[in-house]
Design a protein around this ligand. Structure first.
Ligand code: HEC
Length: 163
């Protein structure tokens, strides 16, 4: 029975995929809205990331960080779609540090985003397992995933903004 309903479900998503065009995947979101949303989310990522490091330094257990870790993992999955074409540095009236390399080398950017998504998914799993040593180590992996993407695809100063 479960198997059968899975087939029905995948059939339904196939129909959806076949009728949807790429433009329809972001209904109603303008380039300026995408820039504003991604910059706010990236600022909040920075705050969230730091708060987890601070919690570990204060001797908290990994499981206390389940919510912030899962929030970063959730955002990591949405991140690449917040960079539609035409929203780079100098392409709109908004200030942006998104480099043209994002669209010139889209597979590379998507790989950097996927790397970040898996690093944060693992972080969330380690929090859920209350593996405090593993979680603390994984924070460094996540930091690397931020830095690698910034090195290739973000203009301006690298590293976290000053506290
Ligand atoms: C896959 C690429 C990628 C990953 C991963 C990534 N960033 Fe960024 N980040 C960017 C790009 C591109 C910009 C420039 C966006 C813009 O200005 O439109 C940016 C901008 C920012 C900004 C400035 C936002 C603003 O208000 O202008 C901060 C802060 C930031 N990132 C923090 C982080 C942190 C912290 C992480 C990891 C926890 C991270 N980023 C992961 C690509 C990435």
């Amino acid at each position: 029975m479960r198997f059968k309903s899975l087939i029905v479900l995948s059939g339904a998503s196939f129909v959806f995929a076949a009728t949807g065009s790429p433009q329809q995947s972001t209904p109603g979101i303008s380039g300026l809205d995408a820039i504003a949303a991604r910059q706010a989310s990236l600022d909040m990522s920075s705050i969230t990331f730091r708060s987890m490091g601070d919690a570990m330094k204060a001797g908290r257990e990994a499981k206390s960080q389940g919510y912030p870790a899962a929030a970063l993992a959730k955002w990591a999955k949405a991140l690449p779609r917040m960079f539609p074409p035409g929203t780079g540095e100098g392409e709109t009236s908004a200030d942006s540090q998104a480099l043209p390399a994002i669209w010139r080398d889209r597979p590379g950017f998507d790989r950097a985003a996927a790397n970040y998504a898996s690093a944060t998914a693992r972080l969330a799993a380690l929090a859920a397992a209350n593996d405090t040593a593993g979680f603390t180590k994984q924070l460094e992996e996540v930091d690397q995933a931020c830095a690698v993407c910034h090195a290739f695809y973000k203009a301006g100063d690298q590293g976290a903004p000053k506290k």
